[in-house]
Design a protein around this ligand. Sequence first.
Ligand code: 5RP
Length: 225
Amino acid sequence: MDLEALKKEAALRAVALVRSGQRVGLGTGSTAKYAIEEIGRKLAAGELTGIVGVSTSEASEQLARKVGIPTEPLDPRPLDIAIDGADEIAPNLDLIKGLGGALVREKVTEVQAGRLIIIADHTKLVQKLGEKAPLPIEIVPFGFLSTIERLRGFLPSGRLRMSGAQNYVTDNGNYIFDAGLPADFDAHELERRIKGTLGVVDTGLFLGMAERAFVAAPDGVRELV
Ligand code: 5RP
């Protein structure tokens, strides 16, 4: 089974938790895409009704519209559920997110969700965050070299994300510094320190946010809680 089939399997398991009338956070990335498509399919088939989607990126908003999910911008009302992918999943369901560049909108949206359901293929499982993926950190463009210098004071390895020859720009108009993580760190302390750095908007550390994860492997889908 290829990775795309696995991602879709995980997505279908998560969408099975969505009920008619719910406000649903729509994640971003190649795995979340399958969840958005499945919600659209269920709406078209009458298997779900009255869903309102809240998108975590321009790309997900466009896809939601294409597959017929009514959407609304985020407002202070809670979301019933959000479904999203991840770049790394630790055994306690702490996550690294943001290789797709949507970390800030994802965090701002998903913190309001009663349930955050993560969907992924088995390659995203790690024993410790930072094992495979860098930690994306969104920073404001103004003075970005100074912000990176400050970050390098305690995260010496890492680089500004590029898109071809240009700096990568998020939906919020910001840049991303992809930081290598040290071998040993306390995730909450690191999050506090990065967010306390002038010029930083937010990090791709999603700590204590996920309720469960559906992780698909060739021998089946594991549900982690
Ligand atoms: C985007 C994200 C994505 O959820 C994450 O990058 C996983 O993406 P994919 O499912 O394509 O591997 O955090 O900001």
